[in-house]
Design a protein around this ligand. Structure first.
Ligand code: AHM
Ligand code: MG
Length: 340
């Protein structure tokens, strides 16, 4: 009897296949991806049992962003640091949860890459059991000397060598790019492996979903308000109707946009007219997601220029973000350029 078994591609095999295509690869990159998969599985375990043991709620601390630190935020931060501090691949790290650049402890070797991460994005949703995620971004070291410096982390998104996210949803997925297409893996819980489930993800050229926090409408610029008015105006797009979806968890809203098309936006708000500001962080959120979206054939802008071309000035800099299908992101940019 002939029995066929599915030819499952684990993330390890995928990484090795990719490495074989690059004769100059030193294996450092591969180690980084292994550790990302490992750290994600540990965080996934904690997230999955969060309702059962005493790790929901806040630690009582406030992070660099002025937000209450959730216990799971702290666990995810520590898991990431412990997974990457000793592997000899990084010269430094930075995290949404920590104020300054994170140095590699003196007893470990240094490497030629930097890692920026948001260990648990959307953590205000944790108690409601809504999807949350981890986001990561890797750059090559550019300054001389062995130690990593802030300049190594403060590079435009276009110079990323890898970016990705993990979504702890109805299933757990890891999606990443190294600049050669976007690949998605789904965690098979019974064997504890990420298996290739979404090879070469492409975002549709146009989609009919728009995603934003409408509660901020009154604080947006005129161009942003006019763009959204136009999306929902009955006659503005003959033959097509836009529908609205907003989870309030970037990884989940982004993942839907990547697969179905349309646009996700978090515009600048003018609650304080003297200090207009975006909410999402350039290094930990906007830049990695923009690299993935462009690699999938989509676009990402702050309304003025592509996110990937912006030179970040601070580790915790915030930005406006319009990201998704080319058609919708181009149109959003046109409104903002015309009306501000
Ligand atoms: P966080 O990094 O503190 O979790 O905040 C980022 C989150 C994103 O996941 C999400 O897109 C956004 O904040 C939602 O903001 P709002 O609640 O203002 O709509
Ligand atoms: Mg975040």
């Amino acid at each position: 009897m002939h029995v066929t078994t599915p030819n499952l591609i684990t993330i390890e095999r995928h990484i090795l296949d990719q490495e074989r295509q690059n004769p100059e690869a030193t294996g450092q990159f591969t180690r980084l991806l292994y550790q990302l998969a490992y750290a994600s599985k540990v965080i996934n375990r904690e997230v999955r049992r969060a309702g059962l043991i005493d790790i929901l709620g806040t630690t009582g601390d406030v992070n660099v962003q002025g937000e209450a630190v959730q216990k799971l935020d702290a666990i995810a931060q520590e898991t990431f640091f412990n997974a990457f501090d000793h592997i000899g691949v990084l010269c430094c790290m930075t995290s949404e949860e920590v104020e300054d650049i994170i140095n590699i402890p003196a007893q470990f070797d240094l490497g030629k890459y930097t890692l920026a991460f948001d260990p648990l994005d959307g953590s205000s949703n944790i108690a409601a059991n809504v999807n949350i995620g981890t986001i990561f971004s890797v750059h090559r070291k550019i300054t001389p000397g062995r130690d990593g410096r802030a300049e190594d982390l403060l590079q435009p998104g276009r110079r990323q060598v890898m970016a990705g996210y993990v979504m702890y949803g109805s299933s757990t997925m890891l999606v990443y790019t190294t600049g050669k297409g976007v690949y998605g893996f789904t965690l098979e819980p019974s064997i504890g492996e990420f298996l290739l489930s979404h090879p070469d993800i492409r975002v549709p050229e146009h989609g009919n979903v728009f995603s934003c926090n409408m509660g901020n409408y009154g604080h947006w610029s005129e161009g942003t308000r006019k763009y959204v008015d136009n999306l929902i105006a009955p006659d503005a797009h003959p033959g097509q109707t836009y529908t609205s979806r907003y989870i309030g968890s970037l990884v989940a809203d982004f993942h839907r946009t990547l697969l179905y098309g349309g646009i996700f936006m978090y515009p600048v708000d003018y609650k304080d007219p003297k200090k207009p500001k975006g909410k999402l962080r350039m290094l930990y959120e906007a830049s990695p997601m923009s690299f993935i979206m462009e690699q999938a054939g989509g676009a990402a802008t702050n309304g003025i220029e592509p996110i990937l071309d912006v030179q970040p000035k601070g580790l915790h800099e915030r930005t406006a973000l319009f990201i998704g299908s080319r058609q919708e992101v181009t149109e959003a940019g046109e409104f903002i350029r015309q009306f501000g």
